[in-house]
Design a protein around this ligand. Structure first.
Ligand SMILES: Nc1ncnc2c1ncn2[C@@H]1O[C@H](COP(=O)(O)OP(=O)(O)OP(=O)(O)O)[C@@H](O)[C@H]1O
Length: 292
């Protein structure tokens, strides 16, 4: 549904946006796109929607070319930008009605239903809305006509936790309908909640694409051991070792039953083996960069 091959964007010779980005997102998939500030998330989204031209490479959305067919693409995509700029002097209700008038079907009822769920005050002027409330306007607009594809750039920023959970409920309904969702964010818990797969972007390059399940299931474990004679420091599977007094904290990347066999030789006072958080895994990928 969303495909790119070696897509690159340089703003000028010195300023890279994205480099050789290749993505293949299937119909009905919710794809998380994660990376810190400046990694290239917004550049990717803006290039996909042809707000900026790619420097090289190609991209397709629903088999349509992202540059040549961008008008048709935008008709089929709901988009929530990272920063929302609409007509400040318009009343929210008028703006939403005006925007939905473009579509042939009658979306008025859904417009009010979504605004109500997100607790959006329809009677205020857009210019008087907070950042989060402006974001709600963008979310209503993206969801109202039930497009086949949704592209979100940091959609939850500015939303309070209650509204965030309403938003995720709305997305679950979209998923049931088979909508394809590109979800760019730097908030790992958001991505973990809703996405099927996640792509990690670092300094403009995609360094990893994996399912959330695999990331959490197959990866290293956090191990904490208290022992006065423990000595696995040279083990190739022991990384990020931290020793304070007789307390050992490390990440174990090998088979956990091998670890249990090895530690049976030591006098262990206390032990815990836990799944790393997505945050820790993410930091690990970031440290390893392209070799991961
Ligand atoms: N208009 C621009 N002109 C020059 N460089 C730009 C421009 N927009 C973005 N960049 C550069 O491109 C790189 C990627 O920026 P981008 O905004 O895509 O990152 P991001 O992952 O969306 O980060 P953020 O979460 O801060 O928006 C950064 O180094 C940024 O400085």
């Amino acid at each position: 549904m969303i495909y790119t091959k070696d897509l690159s964007k340089y703003y000028n010779k010195k300023s890279r946006g994205i480099i050789d980005l290749s993505l293949d997102i299937k119909e009905g998939e919710i794809f998380g796109f994660i990376g810190p500030n400046g990694a290239g998330k917004s550049t990717t989204v803006r290039t996909l929607l042809n707000f900026i031209f790619p420097t090289s490479g190609q991209g397709k959305i629903m088999d349509l070319d992202i540059v040549k067919d961008s008008v048709l693409i935008r008709k089929n995509v709901g988009y929530v930008p990272s920063e929302v700029h609409y007509y400040n002097d318009m009343i929210v209700e008028d703006f939403l009605k005006y925007s939905t008038d473009y579509y042939t079907d009658d979306y008025q009822e859904r417009l009010y239903e979504l605004s109500d769920k997100l607790e959006l005050d329809l009677k205020r002027k857009i210019g008087d809305l907070s950042f989060g409330n402006k974001k709600k306007v963008a979310i209503v607009l993206a969801l109202v006509y039930q497009p086949k594809i949704l592209i979100f750039d940091e959609p939850t920023s500015g939303l309070d936790p209650l509204i965030q959970s309403v938003f995720f409920e709305l997305l679950k309904k979209e998923k049931e309908r088979g909508t394809t969702i590109f979800f760019s964010s730097h908030v790992l818990s958001d991505v973990q909640k809703i996405c099927d797969r996640v792509g990690i972007i670092k300094e403009g390059r995609l360094i990893k694409v994996e399912t959330i399940d695999d990331i959490l299931k197959n990866k290293a474990k956090n191990v904490r051991i208290q022992s006065d004679d423990f000595n696995l420091i040279e083990d190739e599977h022991v990384i990020d070792l931290n020793i304070v007094n007789n307390r050992y904290h490390f990440t174990f990347t090998g088979n956990i039953s091998d670890l249990l066999k090895k530690i049976a030789d030591y006098h262990i006072e206390d032990i815990s083996i836990t799944e790393p958080t997505l945050e820790e895994i993410f930091m690990h990928y970031y440290d390893m960069g392209d070799q991961s």
